[in-house]
Design a protein around this ligand. Sequence first.
Ligand code: C2E
Ligand code: MG
Ligand code: MG
Ligand code: MG
Length: 270
Amino acid sequence: TAKRDGKNTVRFYNESLQDMTKQRFQMIQYLKESILKNELFLNYQKQFDKDKNVVGVEALVRWNHPTLGLVSPAEFIPLAEESGIIKEIGAFVLESATSELLLWKSDRIKKEWRISVNVSPLQFKESSFVDTINKLITSKNLDPSKLRIELTEGVLIENKEKAIDKIRDLKNFGISTSIDDFGTGYSNLSYLKNLQIDELKIDQSFVFGLGQNSSDRAIVNSIIMLGEEFNFEVIAEGVETIEQFEILKELGCNYFQGYLLARPCKAEEL
Ligand code: C2E
Ligand code: MG
Ligand code: MG
Ligand code: MG
């Protein structure tokens, strides 16, 4: 009957919802243990200039769980954000990346490279954020210009006044900042006026269409011109083909990252 169908539907819905909640809860539990159990590590993806010289790397966190296997950050970072564990994960990432920089100080080639670190909104919003970074740099005796912080548009707009202050404090200390996934977050560009950021990172969704899609070309071109006007470096992410690389260079993009040039890899493989 209709009634029974209705009831079954509701029950089924509840069960699957419960399953989902259980699964999420389980994932969050696992995630909480991941740091102590040494399941997190960093991959690094090289970033290049026009002549294919390496200028730096982006640190990308990886989670290798004994039963779940390798879990993508696209999957666990949102969970970590919601549950607050991102603060610990973020601290781990910063500690790891700066330890890597310390190793590079005595490497003839790598000592010139910068490391870009992705920072989540919750992590950036912590009042101790700038202080924590300063302490890491100072205690390891690192050149602060070798660290770059990648932020997303959302966090810069949501908490505008505080973001302006924090980015200025980072800059005064010698640490540069980048806006990741630029162009996907917000349409009102006025927020850029007061931000002392150093780099715009063109989102890969715009890079993918280069060569086929004229609106992607227009968007990429606008971002590059904006960068020139504001004196920001511009880096393109997700460069997979020679054609995309050539078009980006032709449009005046300065820096490049993507599978065409290098895939993310372990530190030892760099
Ligand atoms: P993102 O910061 O925009 O990083 C770029 C993503 O694109 C990375 O995925 C990278 O592996 C991938 N990628 C690089 N080149 C190419 C390419 O040519 N083609 C394609 N299709 N993809 C490419 P990944 O490592 O899975 O990271 C996904 C996202 O997870 C990152 O996006 C970032 O938002 C977040 N994430 C990664 N590591 C961290 C971290 O340490 N902290 C925080 N808060 N977020 C992180
Ligand atoms: Mg990034
Ligand atoms: Mg990005
Ligand atoms: Mg992206």
